[in-house]
Design a protein around this ligand. Structure first.
Ligand SMILES: Cc1ncc(COP(=O)(O)O)c(C=O)c1O
Length: 441
């Protein structure tokens, strides 16, 4: 049961409102707290995936069904997070479940090629024609690491141009500089959506540049779309300098049947994938031009090695085949993204009408709430956002039975329909009414 929020006085301070919201959250979730405290004895911060942590303690989710989640204290939520874009099918899709069950009948780890991997590879290559050949990994992180290795081997160069504020995986995290956990490649950091600034860096480093690695929309960086002219300019610059252009479409491949690259008509040399393509099981893939991918052909002398015990695991392969062919049809993707665009437009219209210090950025079915009404074109524009407002909105949504990421990310899943999106808009409407001046410009 969602907790019913108390009406607030309009002169309550932000600090008091946040303290009250946190206290109400704490009181409503004793089982989540107990599990967090037990976990913290054996895992740092009770956590094995940093993005899931938030103060005072994160919810522990017990189960999911369709578009809904239930936490260990028995509260139900409409799941607007969709497993950070990987959960596009919703929870426990029966077609995917049946495909996994069938695959398990023949055993899980077979220590050999299986009948499924080439079938999924063919589906991926057909969906994303720039991927002439593909290899599977266990995660998007690994996919990007392998794509970078391939680009360096292919060009015989070492430098990699990436963007400030980009996220390409657990060991490929970039603020203004690479994070301490980022692999020690020779990175050049460029300003996102600033073509002339980026071109100057590309021109300066051109002869030693192996790759340009870019998200067509900054995902973890706040759902900031790459501008078409910026992304097209990267294509031209990479071609000019003989660098490998890698589109990290781990998130954005779901924005159209052929990914964001198809929408933009840009053909990258390599593409990385992940998230939903394994039908909700662990997944990553890197692929692209056959002449680059052929370096992994073990029949070739001096072939690059690409290992991974679970790269072709039958659970991900079977779930992926079923999900991509029977559930996530091109029509279903198109309709889902149209629903996302309509939701984002409706929320932004509401925020404008109420003069709220809120906006939603993103594309199609992937979006992020930000506590600023000022334009957002690049990560530095988020400096204007108010973290307290974002926190308050997060707790207020949880209290009303809507689950989003603490950082504001929302990703629609197929079972989310008009009733669910209308419910979310009504919840925001109510939050704006209750919080009044605290959220105003
Ligand atoms: C754009 C992008 N690239 C790579 C990754 C890493 O994928 P994974 O979490 O499967 O390692 C993510 C994950 O959120 C992502 O958003």
């Amino acid at each position: 049961m969602p907790i019913s929020p108390r009406r607030q006085e309009s002169n309550v301070s932000m600090a008091a409102a946040l303290a009250e919201a946190r206290a109400a959250y704490d009181a409503a979730n004793p089982e989540s707290r107990a599990r967090f405290e037990a976990a913290a004895r054996v895992m740092p911060g009770g956590n094995t995936r940093s993005v899931l942590f938030y103060e005072p303690f994160p919810l522990c989710i017990a189960r999911g069904e369709g578009p809904r989640l239930t936490d260990v204290d028995g509260h139900g939520y409409v799941d607007f997070l969709g497993e950070f874009t990987a959960g596009i099918f919703g929870h426990s899709n029966p077609i995917i479940r049946a495909a996994i069950d069938r695959a398990l009948d023949d055993g899980i780890n077979l220590a050999g090629h299986n009948r499924l991997e080439a079938e999924l590879a063919e589906i991926v290559c057909r969906r994303f024609p720039a991927i002439e050949q593909v290899r599977f990994t266990n995660s998007g992180t690994e996919a990007n690491l392998l794509a970078l290795a391939a680009a360096m081997a292919h060009t015989g160069r070492r430098k990699i141009l990436v963007f400030k504020g980009a996220y390409h995986g657990g060991v490929l995290v970039f603020g203004d500089v690479p994070s301490p956990v980022t692999v020690p490649h020779d990175f050049v950091l460029a300003p996102y959506n600033d073509l002339s600034g980026t071109e100057a860096l590309i021109d300066a480093h051109g002869p030693s540049l192996a790759a340009i690695l870019v998200e067509p929309m900054l995902g973890a960086g706040g759902c900031i779309p790459g501008e078409p002219a910026f992304l097209a300019g990267l294509r031209d610059a990479a071609t000019r300098h003989g660098a490998v252009l890698i589109f990290d479409e781990v998130m954005t491949s779901r924005l159209s049947p052929g990914g964001r690259q198809a929408e933009l008509g840009i053909v990258p040399d390599m593409t990385t994938l992940g998230k939903y393509i394994g039908g909700g099981a662990s997944f990553g893939a890197f692929g692209g031009k056959a002449e680059i991918m052929a370096r992994f052909d073990p029949r070739r002398p001096g072939a690059l090695s690409h290992a991974g015990t679970f790269n072709n695991n039958v659970i991900s392969m079977a779930a992926g085949i079923a999900g991509m062919t029977k559930v996530l049809t091109p029509n279903a993707i198109t309709a889902l993204n149209a629903r996302g665009t309509a939701l984002r437009d409706a929320l932004n219209a509401l925020f404008r009408e109420r003069d709220a210090r809120l906006q939603v950025t993103g594309l199609g079915s992937i979006m992020s709430v930000h506590a600023t009404h000022r334009p957002i074109r690049a990560p530095q524009d988020l400096a204007a956002a108010d973290p307290d407002i974002k926190d308050l909105v997060f707790f207020d949504l949880i209290a009303r039975g809507f689950y989003i990421a603490r950082r504001g990310l929302m990703a629609l899943s197929l079972p989310i329909g008009n009733a669910e999106t209308a419910g979310l808009i009504a919840a925001f409407d109510d939050i704006l009414a209750v919080r009044g001046p605290l959220l105003a410009r």
